[in-house]
Design a protein around this ligand. Structure first.
Ligand SMILES: [Fe+2]
Length: 366
């Protein structure tokens, strides 16, 4: 370890010399300044010291004035005031003002060295402590960033799994092809227009994307039946809301989305299914979803009729407000520019690879 460097400031040459020779004999490196101004000049020239010993009473600039000038700029260099007995109160004031200690003149060599050692040790501990703090803060910051990244990755892989689930349903139920993705994009657009917070939009998006996942459990002869369903078959079909809910509610990050799946066929006036929920009993996500769902159904081709215009869908949704749809959500929906729906549809339909699905694209712009 290199020897500590000590700056000795005193306007009496003899004292400076004695102090310096005592310090040098104890293997410290010593520099001298015969006034406060010279000490300042030395420090400003870029010379570094681990400690300064300064006489208190000096002609040009007192030790306290010197201390005042340097303490902010060199906070890691402790200052020990050297003083005669009669100005002990000034020495105490200097300590209050930031000096580390004081040394009474005349002093023995051992007293000098003990004070110097204490001051240097104190400085070393302070620096070590600060380095430790900084390291700790950096470590916490680094770990937090790693954790955040892991959570994002985890969420991404969740969503890829969701997409696979949605695609699996598309394979069984051709009519829904692209429907889940479009309805998700429409639902998210309305949710954002309402001002739903970002995290909540994610939950709602998952609910919308998986709304019909319960159809996985509906037998093919009902799900894919070309003609009309019998009343019993209708009842079986309607179970898909609860079945979907049961599937998702066990998955921790889908618990809230499961509520939307459960309620996606409810009507605002209470005449929907499966529970006949009414008004705000229906989760907001489900109330938004039902408008998005109607919009997509009306503007998509069906075996029995061609796709209708967005304007026609707006008309129909307006007509059903208060009955099927939440009037407040309808108001927001109608206030949105008509063109965005066809644009969203085009974007989603243009995605050739199913894995480049709207859900992740829409989410990343969330
Ligand atoms: Fe459904």
């Amino acid at each position: 370890m290199p020897a500590d460097r000590i700056l000795v400031v005193d306007d009496e040459d003899a004292i400076r010399e004695i102090v310096c020779s005592m310090l040098s004999n104890a293997n410290y490196r010593c520099a001298q300044a015969s006034s406060g101004l010279k000490a300042l000049a030395l420090l400003e020239s870029g010379e570094e010291f681990e400690l300064m010993l300064s006489d208190l009473m000096m002609a040009e600039m007192s030790g306290t004035d010197l201390l005042e000038k340097i303490k902010e700029k060199y906070p890691d260099m402790p200052v020990v005031m050297v003083t005669a007995v009669h100005d002990i109160s000034v020495a105490l004031k200097a300590i209050r003002d930031g000096a580390y200690d004081y040394l009474l003149k005349p002093f023995e060599r051992e007293q000098l060295l003990a004070t110097v050692r204490r001051a240097l040790e104190n400085r070393r501990l302070k620096l070590e402590n600060r380095a430790y703090q900084t390291k700790l803060e950096a470590l916490v910051e680094q770990r937090t960033a790693q954790l955040g990244k892991a959570v994002v990755e985890l969420e991404r892989s969740y969503d890829i799994t969701l997409e696979a689930l949605g695609n699996a349903l598309d394979l069984r139920d051709a009519e829904t092809e692209g429907h889940s993705r479009r309805v998700t994009a429409f639902t998210m657009a309305i949710a954002r227009a309402i001002g739903v917070p970002k995290d909540e939009v994610k939950v709602i998006a998952r609910g919308a994307f998986l709304h019909d996942i319960g159809k996985m459990a509906i037998p093919d002869h009902i799900l894919r039946k070309p003609g009309r369903l019998t009343p019993e078959e209708v009842l079986t079909m309607r179970e898909h809301c609860y079945l979907g809910y049961k599937m998702l509610t066990k998955i921790p990050f889908l618990t809230e989305a499961a509520e939307i799946v459960y309620a996606h066929q409810e009507w605002y006036d209470g005449s929907g299914y499966p529970r006949g929920l009414k008004g705000n009993e229906i989760p907001l996500g489900a109330r938004i979803f039902s408008i998005a769902d109607a919009l997509d159904a009306i503007t998509s081709d069906r075996p029995y009729r061609p796709a209708q215009s967005v304007a026609a869908a707006r008309e129909e949704i307006k007509r059903c407000e208060g009955r099927q749809f939440d009037p407040q959500v309808v108001r927001v929906f109608l206030s949105m520019p008509e063109g965005i729906w066809s644009e969203l549809r085009r974007n989603i339909d243009a995605q050739a690879h199913p894995l480049a699905y709207s859900y992740s694209t829409a989410k990343s712009s969330a």
